[in-house]
Design a protein around this ligand. Structure first.
Ligand code: HPA
Length: 245
C-alpha cells in the first residue's frame, strides 16, 4: 500500500476513491488527522494531511512520529511526501516540481526519533542517502511518462519555522549547499528510515526563498498560494501516474 503525506496545498486528495477513514492512535500520540483509505486506479492508498484537515498544525508542532508510525502500522510499504518549499537554486523557481536527493536538517526541539532510550540497544540508522532511491526514481520515471517536469535532485534544507527565513539565512543555507528550503522534511524522512519504510519527497516550489528572485524585498503570500494551487494539479497527475505504474 502507498502512503501519501499531503502538505500545504494538498490537504485533501480528490483523486482518491475513498473507502473509509480511520482515527489511529499510536504509542506516540495521534497523527495529524484520521487516515483516509481508498484507491487511486487499482492501487491501495492511504492519505494523511500533514498539517491537519483544516491546515491548523504548524510545521514545528506536527506529530511526525505518530504520522509515520500510523502509516507503517497500517501496512504502508512506500511513502510519498508532498511538501511545498522555497526555491534557492536558480532553476528552481515558483511552480517547479523537484524530487530532492539530500537533506540538511536545521530543525530543533522536535521529537525526531522512535528511540526513547532505556528499552533496547542504541541503534544508529544509516542516513547517507536520506531518500529511498527506488521511490525517487519511480517519481522521476512516472513524471516523464505523464509529461510533467520534475527536477532530479536537490539539497533540501529543513528549517524550524513557522516564520520564513531572513535573506542572510538563505545566503547561509546556499553556502551550505542547499537548493530548496522547507519546514517539514525532517524529522519525517529520518523517522521513515527508522521504521524501514521507503520514503521520497515530491516538492513543489511555491516561492523564491527570501532575498531571491521576486522575494528580494519580501515574500508575497498571494502569489505563493496561486503557484501552489497550479502546481498541485501537476502533483496529482504524477501521483495518478505512480498508482498506474
Ligand atoms: N521557506 C521555508 N519553507 C517554505 C518556504 C520558504 O521560503 N516556502 C514554502 N515552504
Amino acid at each position: 500500500m502507498l502512503g501519501i503525506i499531503g502538505g500545504s496545498g494538498l490537504t485533501q486528495l480528490a483523486i482518491l476513491d475513498v473507502s473509509h477513514r480511520e482515527v489511529v492512535r499510536t504509542p506516540y500520540g495521534e497523527p495529524s488527522g484520521p487516515l483516509t483509505f481508498g484507491r487511486i486506479g487499482c492501487k491501495d492508498v492511504v492519505f494523511v494531511a500533514r498539517h491537519g484537515h483544516g491546515h491548523t498544525i504548524p510545521p514545528h508542532l506536527v506529530n511526525y512520529r505518530a504520522n509515520i508510525h500510523a502509516l507503517e502500522s497500517s501496512g504502508v510499504t512506500q511513502i510519498i511526501s508532498v511538501a511545498s518549499v522555497g526555491g534557492i537554486r536558480k532553476d528552481l523557481g515558483p511552480g517547479s516540481l523537484v524530487a530532492p536527493h539530500q537533506i540538511v536538517d536545521y530543525t530543533w526541539g522536535r521529537e525526531m526519533t522512535f528511540q526513547s532510550g532505556g528499552d533496547g540497544p542504541v541503534v544508529h540508522i544509516d542516513f547517507t542517502e536520506p531518500y529511498d532511491e527506488t521511490v525517487r526514481k519511480l517519481l522521476l520515471d512516472v513524471s516523464q511518462k505523464v509529461g510533467e517536469e520534475v527536477a532530479d535532485g536537490a539539497v533540501y534544507a529543513t528549517t524550524q519555522g513557522p516564520r520564513l527565513e531572513t535573506a542572510a539565512e538563505i545566503d547561509r543555507l546556499q553556502r551550505d549547499g542547499a537548493d530548496i528550503v522547507g519546514m517539514t522534511g525532517m524529522p519525517e524522512a529520518g523517522l521513515a528510515r527508522e521504521l524501514n519504510v521507503p520514503y521520497a519527497a515530491l516538492c513543489v516550489v511555491s516561492n523564491w526563498a527570501a532575498g531571491r528572485g521576486d522575494s528580494s524585498h519580501g515574500i508575497k503570500f498571494d502569489t505563493l498560494e496561486a503557484a501552489l494551487h497550479l502546481a498541485m494539479a501537476r502533483v496529482r497527475r504524477v501521483i495518478e501516474g505512480v498508482c498506474e505504474a
